[in-house]
Design a protein around this ligand. Structure first.
Ligand SMILES: O=C(O)c1cc(=O)[nH]c(=O)n1[C@@H]1O[C@H](COP(=O)(O)O)[C@@H](O)[C@H]1O
Length: 224
């Protein structure tokens, strides 16, 4: 089994991100570069982390009209990401065009309901009902649009896996029992996410803010 853990390098300094990536690389499966990293370091930063030698998950969460998202997708071909994100709530046409514009070997996954939200937050955005229903609805839309999978919390991944057997499921909001939850609201342990059918586990602060990131990455690896 390849290691499913992608470490979210949400760090402002490129030297720190690269140093951490180099230290933990034997205990993880890849690196996730998101908005904080990309806004600070752009294409150059992505190339620098890619040199460490593991797959790159480029998490830019595109959400715009189909033509704009397709153009953005084409602009990141040169970075050769293994996985990219769009917001599933951007709609079917946007997801179809995003997938059509992505490079052949890149998985395109749709973010459903952010793990930092709970049902009260959802209601405030005008969406009534449960997190479960919202995730299932957007998962079905993503599948219909031809995406490879979705991003959801570990609370929903078992149900989504049951409905979409061949899907590729990314689960953030991963915490060991003694980790602080921070701004996340729907969290699970790495083991629970894996057992419930996650393809990739996104882990940020439990590794990047650990006193010893290598020890933290090894502890997670040992539970899987
Ligand atoms: O798309 C994501 O990766 C994502 C989706 C989501 O619903 N929740 C979520 O936390 N993420 C990302 O996963 C990472 C989680 O970081 P930690 O909470 O520090 O483990 C961050 O980089 C978030 O941007």
């Amino acid at each position: 089994m390849t290691n499913p853990v992608f470490v979210a390098l949400d760090l402002p300094r490129l030297e720190d991100a690269k140093g951490l990536a180099t230290r933990v690389k034997s205990h993880v499966g890849g690196f996730k570069l998101g908005l904080e990293f990309f806004c600070a370091h752009g294409h150059h930063g992505v190339h620098e982390i890619a040199h460490v030698g593991l797959p790159i998950f480029l998490d830019l969460k595109f959400h715009d009209i189909p033509n704009t998202v397709a153009g953005a997708m084409q602009s990141i071909h040169v970075l050769e990401p293994a996985i990219v994100t769009v917001h599933a709530s951007g709609g079917r046409a946007m997801m179809e065009d995003a997938k059509a514009a992505a490079s052949e070997h890149c998985k395109v996954v749709g973010v459903t309901m952010l793990t930092s939200l709970d049902e009260r937050d959802l209601a405030r955005t005008g969406v009534a009902g449960s997190a479960h229903d919202q995730v299932m609805r957007l998962a079905e839309l993503a599948e219909t649009a031809g995406l490879d999978g979705i991003v959801c919390s570990g609370h929903e991944v078992a149900a989504v896996r049951k409905q979409w057997k061949s899907g590729f499921f990314v689960v953030p909001g991963i915490r060991m029992k003694d980790n602080s939850v921070g701004d996340q609201k729907r969290v699970v342990t790495p083991r629970a996410a894996r057992d419930d059918g996650a393809s990739v586990l996104v882990v940020g602060r439990p590794v990047t803010r650990a006193e010893d990131p290598v020890l933290a990455a090894r502890a997670i690896e040992a539970t899987l």
